[in-house]
Write a protein that binds this ligand. Structure first.
Ligand SMILES: *Cc1c(COP(=O)(O)O)cnc(C)c1O
Length: 394
């Protein structure tokens, strides 16, 4: 029997683990679009794409209706087809692997590095076969993966690198912004991410061929570009040349994204400041491991995850999680390893294939972290964590 303790809420309102920050400028930007001529596929889309490309230092950007659609587009552009293997991490949201399945490909999970929690390049190498076509590394929590090694491995084996940087807008690697380095990089604009467009996603790339494929894939496989047409019947003429989708972003979303982008650096500064406060408060506690940062990358801190040292605690992760919830702290767990999901189990993936990620899953709790929270909120979380850990400490 588990002990049933009632922790009194530390605060009156529930503090979520993440949420958007919308101000009047954002609201006005959206209203302007609603009053204008184009609700979708108008001028705001290309403006948003140009601004993101410029921000990250990439040549091209293609906006999508959401980050998952963007990953699907990238898998298409990379040429993933039936039976092709793509290596990714299990410590991610299902979308990083699902996009491979959409194309008939086979996700192959490579284990993570014990310290950074990011995919381990040595494990990537171990999983390469003659069917491997691409790698989808994930900049987990906003910390860049070991891009130098991964790009090297990709070049050696002729693989495409599709970086899932849903957590890593504004992060940098060896002084370069994430989004300018790998073959294609995906960012998500879901409300919990760094900036939001409601739903939304984007691929940045320096490769013109990928860029053109992404554009066409986003809109049914249709093109109107004269030099790409097989025939030409007149000004109305277009061709659907392959099976694409309607994955377009609306101008309403793009206008919100443009307005949000202006605040990105401020948002990230706040995230970094709160992380320092958390790290300082938990540093001395042996029962908790704070996140480890690799010196090559500068994280943009999408998530703040503590790892419990269960040997030093009498309570389980579940008990500690529930105790924090009772105190109105919106904790979470990122992530349940993708191959644990019933759908993946049914495809034949087994528990035990990525032991480091699987052990990590047993020991982690995500604490609230978002720019719209106040410093007082941060101290509420710290107080609740300390109270809980002290209670369960051996
Ligand atoms: C949010 C997220 C996605 C998917 O983005 P959506 O815009 O929600 O479709 C993919 N990968 C990771 C790691 C994410 O966190």
């Amino acid at each position: 029997m588990e002990k049933q303790i009632n922790f009194k809420p530390i605060r009156e309102s529930y503090l979520p683990y993440g949420r958007q920050w919308i101000d009047d400028e954002d609201i006005n930007a959206v209203v302007e679009v609603l009053k204008g001529d184009y609700l979708t596929t108008g001028p705001y889309i290309s403006k948003f794409e140009q601004e993101i490309a410029q921000y990250v230092g990439a040549k091209y950007a293609v906006a999508f209706s959401n980050g998952t659609a963007a990953l699907h587009g990238a898998c298409y552009a990379a040429g993933i087809e039936e039976g092709d293997e793509v290596i990714t991490t299990p410590m991610t949201f299902a979308a990083s692997a699902n996009c491979v399945l959409y194309q008939g490909g086979v996700p192959v999970f490579a284990d993570i590095n014990e310290k950074t929690y990011n995919i381990d390049p040595n494990e990537i190498e171990r999983k390469i076969t003659n069917k491997t076509k691409a790698i989808i590394p994930v900049d987990f929590t906003g910390q860049p993966v070991h891009l130098e090694r991964i790009m090297e491995i990709a070049q050696k084996h002729n693989l495409v690198v599709i970086e899932d940087a849903a957590h890593a807008l504004a992060a940098s690697y060896k002084g370069r912004k994430i989004g300018s380095i790998s073959d294609m990089t995906m960012f998500s604009f879901h409300p919990v991410k760094h900036i939001t467009s409601g739903e939304g996603g984007i691929i940045t790339t320096n490769n013109k061929e990928f860029y053109e494929k992404l554009l066409q894939f986003r809109s049914h496989g249709i093109t109107r570009e004269k030099d790409q047409l097989m025939e030409y019947h007149g000004p109305w003429y277009y061709e659907m040349q392959f099976l694409g989708y309607n994955y377009r972003m609306t101008d309403i979303q793009a206008a919100l994204g443009i307005s949000q982008l202006k605040k990105l650096d401020k948002f990230v500064q706040l995230r970094r400041k709160y992380v320092q406060i958390y790290n300082g408060a938990f540093e001395e506690m042996d029962e908790i491991n704070t996140p480890h940062q690799h010196h090559d990358g500068e994280s943009s801190w999408h998530l703040y995850i503590i790892r419990l040292n269960l040997d030093k605690l009498t309570g389980s992760r579940k008990e500690i999680f529930e105790a924090l919830q009772q105190q109105n702290i919106g904790v979470n767990v990122h992530y349940i390893p993708v191959h644990f999901q019933p759908y993946y189990r049914q495809l034949g993936y087994k528990k035990g294939i990525c032991p480091i990620a699987e052990k990590l899953y047993e020991e982690i709790i995500t604490l609230p972290l978002f720019p719209a929270m106040s410093e007082e909120d941060v101290y509420d979380v710290i107080q609740a964590v300390k109270r809980t850990i002290n209670y369960y400490k051996k």
